[in-house]
Design a protein around this ligand. Structure first.
Ligand code: HEC
Length: 144
């Protein structure tokens, strides 16, 4: 009888140990960005003074891109990533990537926001102005 009790206790302890080891890890991973609420900016951006193409690009961006990427391109939680981010510095995503993104859309690969749809009816001149805007803001924020 005593042996059965000991075996039962050992069994319970083994199960508890297994449950402990299998518990979900909820602690944020080191280096993960702080959680942000849906609709909030993902990164804080400082805005330089803008003129010429960059100023035009800012307006185009506000009308065609900001809904997902944020008015200052700092991203929108739940909608789209910040373009003021190391991923999008010119050596990783050259200017051509912006034209292709606007014309053909983007399959989700760096983030968890889903695909970017093509931006209907935007002209190449408008995208060029957006690139001037984004590069200027990237430089201001030390991306490159
Ligand atoms: C409906 C939401 C939405 C709109 C509007 C939108 N984007 Fe995006 N965009 C996304 C998402 C989501 C991604 C990230 C895809 C991924 O996971 O890598 C993205 C990625 C990008 C990329 C990276 C492309 C690559 O090769 O990885 C560029 C550049 C970009 N967007 C530019 C723009 C520009 C410029 C506009 C406006 C003309 C715009 N986006 C409008 C959602 C959007």
């Amino acid at each position: 009888m005593k042996h059965i009790k000991i075996a039962a206790v050992a069994g319970v302890l083994a199960l508890a140990g297994a449950a402990y080891l299998a518990r979900p890890v909820t602690a944020p991973q080191a280096g993960a960005p702080a959680p942000v609420a849906a609709g909030d900016a993902i990164v804080a951006v400082s805005m330089p003074a803008l003129e010429g193409d960059a100023a035009i690009g800012q307006k185009v961006f506000a009308a065609r891109c900001a809904e997902c990427h944020g008015t200052d391109a700092g991203g929108v939680e739940g909608a789209g990533p910040p373009l003021i981010h190391n991923y999008y510095e010119p050596n990783h995503h050259g200017d051509a990537a912006f034209f292709i993104a606007a014309e053909q859309g983007v399959r989700a690969h760096h983030w968890r926001f889903g695909d970017m749809p093509p931006v209907e009816g935007i002209s190449r001149a408008e995208v060029a102005a957006v690139v001037a805007f984004v590069r200027k803001v990237q430089r201001e924020n030390g991306i490159y």
